[in-house]
Design a protein around this ligand. Structure first.
Ligand SMILES: Cc1ncc(COP(=O)(O)O)c(C=O)c1O
Length: 427
């Protein structure tokens, strides 16, 4: 299983599970060897470490130690563990404070952006059962660029999904979204920003439409939320995106394991108030073990991720996050200048942390293949063909290594020495 395709069939010559266990040193040495097979943090940053901070940054060390300390603990039973409760409550409160959300905003933790989106759609569905009981075939209307997780959840649940073509400039087309609304529509959504193009949808207009038509509105700030809050403090003007700031927004997702730099898996879903959060909860009791109260979809929930978020937030504080946002903007500038200086390459204007570039006359997939061969992994965008980089507060070494590699690859593609063939095997 992976980003590019389903799991390959893997065959081994002999058994993999040992009859006799190993030694601590032996197992860890073997693990080091496997770890070393992946790209190093400098070359692999764009894909492996993107949004997780650099290996070697002190906040990463704090994160690692907090994670290890709590690795055996389970948030599922926090009611009987005052320490876990404290961690949970402080992380939730810090999330609200650092995003600048009003008191009364409610928050739940989930395993990541996908789960937060599932919870947003589910809350809309439960709400619609309450306020629009006549709907038997619920539908959601979202921009074409919204994350794939919206489609996954609709596939799992049978909710109909309508992805509406984007307007000029690759942002949501609100008029077209309005036209797509039917009597069965329960929810609208917009991204802040979207993953494919790094652009903010007109959240205020979509929310106004949702209010006008009596629909649930979800903002997907999974990748942007915890970065935007600090970039704005540096004076960068972004379109309004926050729950609490825009009246029609009912729920919003923002991932702690992205630009809040907690360990994976951890995200937050916010509800405008307790009234709307009630559509999130489901505590089944129809089995022999009685009530089973969970935070979201997961049952057992790693306390290690929550502890990592707590530790990183306390370590960085507002000033630390602002410093990182500043470093991110600087890294972004350096990437843009470097990439634009490679013959034929041109960066797009994006709003925040997702950088895109065209490869001009060069075959984009061949450029990607060359980057992959050199372990400078990047993400593809297919409509149109673009290369995507998720920008972090990385060092000059990371940006410059990438640009140097790109220059070398571009030359190889130009001379016909690098083709897309090796990449095709992955897809
Ligand atoms: C805008 C957006 N939404 C949702 C997700 C899904 O997040 P996750 O990979 O944590 O499930 C992502 C991931 O990059 C994203 O960028």
């Amino acid at each position: 299983m992976g980003y590019f395709g389903e799991g390959q069939d893997v065959t081994f010559d002999g058994p993999v599970f040992p009859t006799r266990g190993g030694t601590v040193e032996g197992v860890l040495a073997a693990l080091d060897e496997v770890y070393g097979m992946d790209a190093d943090p400098v070359r692999g940053h764009v894909m492996f470490y993107a949004t997780t901070l650099m290996e070697g940054h002190p906040a990463t060390e704090v994160c690692r130690r907090a994670y290890a300390k709590y690795m055996k603990k389970n948030m599922l039973v926090r009611e009987i563990a005052p320490g876990l409760q404290r961690l949970e409550q402080e992380v939730k409160r810090m999330a609200i404070e650092l995003l600048g959300l009003p008191d009364g905003t409610r928050v739940n933790m989930t395993s990541g952006g996908s789960e937060s989106l599932y919870c947003g759609i589910n809350a809309a569905y439960q709400w619609a059962k309450d306020v629009k009981p006549e709907i038997t075939q619920p539908e959601i209307v979202i921009p074409y660029s919204a994350h794939a997780a919206f489609s996954k959840w609709c596939h799992y649940t049978g909710i109909k999904i309508k992805r509406v073509p984007l307007g000029p400039g690759y942002r949501a087309n609100v008029e077209a979204m309005e036209e797509a609304i039917t009597p069965n529509t329960i929810m609208l959504a917009g991204s802040a920003p979207c993953w494919p193009y790094g652009l903010y949808d007109p959240i205020e207009s979509i929310a106004a439409l949702a209010e006008k038509r009596g629909l649930w509105m979800h903002v997907d700030a999974c990748i942007g939320g915890y970065q935007a809050a600090f970039v704005e403090k540096l004076g960068v003007k972004l379109p309004n995106w926050r729950i609490g700031q825009i009246p029609g927004v009912c729920s919003m997702s923002a991932d702690l394991h992205k630009h809040a730099y907690a360990a994976k898996p951890l995200s937050t879903i916010f509800f405008k108030n307790k009234e709307l959060q009630k559509y999130h909860w489901f505590h089944p009791a129809d089995w022999p073990s009685g009530p089973y109260a969970t935070e979201a979809l997961m049952g057992s929930f790693p306390a290690s991720s929550v502890a990592s978020a707590w530790a990183v937030m306390k370590y960085l504080g507002e000033e630390g996050y602002i410093e990182l946002a500043k470093a991110t903007l600087e890294a972004r500038k350096r990437y843009v200048e470097g990439i634009n200086s490679v013959d034929g390459m041109r960066c797009w204007d994006t709003d925040l942390c997702v950088l895109l570039f065209e490869t001009g006359a060069l075959d984009t997939l061949a450029v990607m293949a060359g980057l992959f061969e050199r372990q400078s992994f990047v993400f593809p965008i297919y409509q149109p063909m673009l290369i995507q980089v998720a920008v972090d507060p990385v060092s000059v070494e990371v940006t410059d290594t990438f640009v140097r590699t790109l220059r070398e690859v571009a030359q190889g593609v130009r001379e016909g020495k690098i083709t897309s063939e090796p990449l095709m095997k992955l897809m």
